[in-house]
Design a protein around this ligand. Structure first.
Ligand code: SF4
Length: 149
């Protein structure tokens, strides 16, 4: 049976692409392999940002680091490249790490580096959605697994 291509935040598979060089491994994500052709993506790396890098948050429609460096262009480029990759691979859905200024689907940090999360979407999640790709928060892994049974 041909597996459905599914874009997935690379950090959910344990790849150390987060700003601090860590991953965010979710063991359930690996179980998706039985049904889906996983396409790992890290929009921030696709945008040319290094590992490690200063954490950044969305503030006033821009993405800035705590030191006030504006990294919006790199985030936009990464989002565009993630959408391009999804289209090239024929993915209609993306499972994304919530809370991230790129991948956040339902919540992002508040822009004050306070550790507080507020409702919102990251740049890649928003661009993917606008491009017709269903952006699913990591909380939806169970739903994807059930659908695969
Ligand atoms: S941009 Fe997305 S894939 Fe990359 S580290 Fe952040 S949450 Fe993970």
């Amino acid at each position: 049976m041909e597996r459905e291509p599914l874009l997935i935040s690379a950090c959910l598979l344990g790849i150390g692409c987060r700003y601090d060089g860590g991953g965010q491994y979710r063991p359930e994500a690996a179980a998706l392999l039985a049904r889906y052709e996983l396409v790992p993506v890290c929009p921030e790396l696709l945008g040319g940002l290094p590992v490690p890098r200063p954490p950044a948050e969305i503030k006033g429609g821009r993405v800035v680091t705590a030191a006030g460096v504006d990294v919006t262009d790199a985030f936009r480029l990464g989002a565009e490249r993630a959408l391009e990759l999804a289209r090239r691979r024929g993915a209609r859905r993306a499972l994304l790490k919530d809370g991230s200024p790129s991948c956040g689907c339902t919540r992002v940090h508040d822009g004050e580096f306070s550790g507080r999360l507020v409702p919102g979407r990251g740049l890649a999640a928003a661009l993917l959605t606008g491009g017709g790709i269903e952006a699913i928060s990591e909380d939806g892994i169970g739903r994807l697994l059930e659908a695969a049974e």
